[in-house]
Design a protein. Structure first.
Length: 141
C-alpha cells in the first residue's frame, strides 16, 4: 500500500465530507481510489474468489475509456481504520449504455447488482450529466 497516496486520498475524502456509513458517500476518481491500493478489503470484499485490485482497476478503466461513458466514480462508504484503504461497495457509471450492457462489461469483477439506484441513494457530488447520459451503479454486498 502506498501510504502517501492513501493520505492524499483521505485528504480528498475529508474535503468532500467524510462518509458516515450511510448512503450516499462522497465519490472519487478511479485513479484516486486504485493507484497505490493493494487492499482487497477495499472493494469486492464479499467475493469468495476476489479477482484482485488490479483487475477491478483495469476493468473499470476500460469501461471509462468507452465513447458511451462520461465517467466512472467510486463511492467511499467507510474509512475503516488507520491501516486500511478506504472502503467502497459501489461504483457509479455515467453512461448512455443499458444496464444489461454494463452488467456484461462488469462481469469480470462480479458485482451483486448493476442498474439504476433508488432515488436518494446516488452520491450528491456526481458531475452534471451530459446529453443522453444516465447514472448506473454497480454494487458489491
Amino acid at each position: 500500500m502506498d501510504i502517501n497516496r492513501r493520505n492524499r486520498l483521505l485528504e480528498l475524502i475529508k474535503t468532500k465530507g467524510t462518509p458516515e456509513g450511510q448512503a450516499p458517500g462522497p465519490t472519487v476518481s478511479l485513479e484516486d481510489f486504485f493507484e497505490g491500493n493493494d487492499d482487497q478489503g477495499s472493494i469486492g470484499c464479499n467475493l469468495f474468489l476476489h479477482p484482485g485490485i488490479s483487475k477491478f482497476y483495469k476493468t473499470l478503466a476500460e469501461i471509462k475509456s468507452r465513447s458511451d461513458v462520461q465517467d466512472v466514480l467510486v463511492e467511499i462508504r467507510d474509512l475503516v481504520d488507520e491501516q486500511s484503504w478506504p472502503f467502497s461497495d459501489s461504483v457509479f457509471v455515467l453512461t448512455s449504455m443499458s444496464a444489461e450492457s454494463l452488467r456484461k462489461l462488469m462481469s469480470k469483477v462480479k458485482p451483486d447488482e448493476v442498474g439504476q439506484f433508488p432515488a436518494g441513494s446516488t452520491p450528491k457530488d456526481l458531475p452534471p450529466l451530459e446529453t443522453g447520459m444516465q447514472i448506473l451503479g454497480a454494487w458489491w454486498d
